[in-house]
Design a binder for this molecule. Sequence first.
Ligand code: FES
Length: 168
Amino acid sequence: MNRKNQNKRREFLNNVCPTVALAFMGVTMLEACSSGGDDSDIGGGSNNGGGGNNSGGSNTGYTKNGNDITINLNHSNFSNLHSNGWFNLFQEKILLLKVSSTSYRAFTGSCPHQGTHTAWSYNGSSGEFVCGQHGNSYKTDCSTSGVGGVLKCYTTTLSGSSLKVTKS
Ligand code: FES
């Protein structure tokens, strides 16, 4: 291998995710590549998601206008909100809780402890969101403090099947 190719190979190995690099060397690992420290999708299964498009376009089931996120509750991307009673719209760092068919709550998706936003699960018996990053639990009453503070509530406005969440 000449020097130019060696440099290219070194550059490639420096820039590529370690998992991919190991795969090239014949080592397989069951781990996803990630550039950040807090965005692993753990603890919430398929409920930590909201479609594949981060832009908030119509194919995601929600639109953005400034601080307002307007969700089409009938969109298939939000079916887990109805079946499980909660949903992590992690692209917008919003946690949604279905209190009843006419009542929804929205919270910041950033954990009050250290800001992880993709590790949420919901404990229906205690009525708490649980952050899988370090296992802390947070009440959904908008006032009870957990480790690092209160899980902040956002204002919601329901109009038919349209739920507007105003981030503040
Ligand atoms: S970041 Fe959520 S419990 Fe630590």
